[in-house]
Design a protein around this ligand. Structure first.
Ligand SMILES: [Zn+2]
Ligand SMILES: [Zn+2]
Length: 253
């Protein structure tokens, strides 16, 4: 029995070696050949603009380094002025030419294997959110778009994050009730109009009085997150936390 499993493992390794020889794993950014255990090449990894240092306790926006001298809950100027529909937001890195490329591959090019890399860092970026989280939900995709794309990238991330933090995951509570145009290349106001009333909640008893961790790939102006949070809170959610892979440096409303 032991010898059989050893033999199976040996053959598995040989097959993987042969696959690597025929189709060497490549860096998703620059196509340089990498090892199977690597997500990307070292050169590309160092180009990513991770969000580090003190951040706004609410929206996660980076704050000047002097802010650490205070014991108060640190908030950015925008959050001091106006409360958002969601309660907290965290992201791993900035959305720029470099990270956009990887996210688009993950979204549109069947590179669902990239979720391992994204989830690894999302677990670090969102660590102050998990203790209070009751349930993990993805930002939903309208069914026609999902049928075209084959998968919802936010759901892939949310499911894995829920498993890692040992919290329940539900894909069918927050739903998109109408198709919307792509948010890309739209102004802040156009984005808000585009997603207005686009989300609804099913089985609201499952979120009543709960703290929701909402997962998406990118936070741009935050209009999608706001529309989702509005629908969740209208249906009884106590609080909504948002965790994304990336967030825009610009377009802050
Ligand atoms: Zn590379
Ligand atoms: Zn803020």
């Amino acid at each position: 029995m032991r010898n059989t499993s050893k033999l199976t493992a040996f053959f598995k390794k040989q097959i993987l070696n042969l696959i690597d020889f025929l189709f060497p794993p490549q860096c998703p950014y620059c196509d340089a050949v990498i090892q199977r255990s690597q997500i990307m090449c070292d050169t590309c990894f160092h180009k990513i603009h991770f969000i580090t240092g003190p951040i706004c306790a609410r929206c996660g926006w980076p704050l000047p380094i002097t802010a650490v001298e205070s014991d108060e809950k640190m908030l950015c100027a925008k959050c001091l002025k106006k409360r958002k529909k969601y309660d907290k937001a965290r992201a791993v890195f900035f959305y720029d030419t470099f990270s956009r490329f990887a996210i688009l591959k993950f979204k549109n090019a069947d590179r669902t294997d990239l979720r391992r890399f994204f989830v690894h860092y999302m677990l670090q970026a969102g660590q102050d959110l998990f203790e209070k989280t009751d349930i993990v939900l993805p930002v939903p995709m309208y069914w026609t778009r999902k049928a075209k794309r084959k998968y919802n990238q936010a759901a892939i991330l949310a499911e894995e994050i829920a498993r890692k933090i040992h919290k329940p995951y539900a894909a069918n509570i927050l739903v998109k009730v109408r198709n919307t145009h792509s948010q890309e290349n739209k102004s802040g106001l156009e984005r808000i109009k585009n997603v207005r009333n686009a989300f609804d909640v099913k089985h609201k008893e499952q979120i009543f009085g709960k703290i929701i961790l909402l997962i998406d790939d990118v936070l741009t102006t935050g209009s999608t997150a706001q529309a989702c949070a509005k629908a969740l809170k209208k249906n009884g959610a106590k609080a909504v936390y948002v965790l994304t892979i990336a967030r825009s440096r610009h377009n802050r409303y």
